[in-house]
Design a protein around this ligand. Structure first.
Ligand SMILES: CCCCCCCCCCCC(=O)SCCNC(=O)CCNC(=O)[C@H](O)C(C)(C)COP(=O)(O)OP(=O)(O)OC[C@H]1O[C@@H](n2cnc3c(N)ncnc32)[C@H](O)[C@@H]1OP(=O)(O)O
Length: 167
């Protein structure tokens, strides 16, 4: 199903997944959808391979980790969390140099923890990798010395931002 993009989330400077000034990073963009899920879009490059031509499973885990971890911000922009568990299932190989869609959602939200699931989708809609994760909520000051200005933590509008995404 295609869903309307309601909001683009912020990117950062050096995060391996969302850092726009990390030359080896995924430079993923995150979009909040009208159905309450979060979609990520990124294009893996050669540096993200395991076997030649195939996305590294750890990199697949990284994008799923962050997509689920950010899905909580759809309902509360100020919640931060650290991953305490991440389970992955690799169903199909993921090729490089092709744009990928990732989708994540929150399945449980308590005072201290939240949980969610997510999938990396191939161009034809097949699920290549699926994940479930658990996160502990923490004040940002307990996670990192994070200055939003120096970390360039902001929404970066782009002409390539989609109006809707099929997930
Ligand atoms: C650039 C910006 C991008 C922004 C993008 C944002 C997206 C986020 C996605 C990426 C997130 C990451 O990769 S984060 C990076 C990877 N993850 C981490 O680095 C986390 C490393 N782990 C830790 O720092 C620590 O284990 C903590 C802080 C999570 C917990 O430490 P602690 O508080 O000393 O631990 P402990 O006493 O054992 O546990 C506290 C309580 O939590 C419970 N607890 C602990 N672990 C679990 C668990 N897996 N499942 C259930 N419950 C648990 C315990 O039972 C206990 O309950 P009780 O006995 O008190 O009842």
């Amino acid at each position: 199903m295609k869903y309307k993009v309601m909001k683009k989330q912020k990117n950062s400077r050096k995060c391996i997944v969302c850092g726009m000034k990390n030359d080896l990073g995924l430079k993923a963009s995150f979009y909040e959808l009208e159905n309450g899920e979060l979609a990520a879009i990124f294009t893996p490059i050669e540096e993200h391979q395991s076997y030649p031509g195939r996305l590294h499973g750890g990199v697949a885990g990284a994008i799923l980790d962050e997509t689920i971890g950010r899905a909580i911000n759809i309902t509360d922009e100020d919640v931060w969390g650290v991953t305490v568990e991440l389970n992955l299932k690799y169903h199909k190989p993921v090729a490089l140099n092709e744009q990928l869609r990732v989708v994540g959602r929150i399945t449980r939200d308590t005072r201290r923890l939240f949980e969610g699931t997510g999938e990396i989708l191939l161009k034809n809609g097949d699920i290549a990798v699926s994940a479930s994760g658990k996160y502990m909520k923490l004040p940002l000051s307990q996670i990192a010395d994070f200055n939003e200005d120096t970390e360039e933590w902001r929404v970066l509008p782009s002409d390539e931002d989609p109006a809707e995404i099929e997930v």
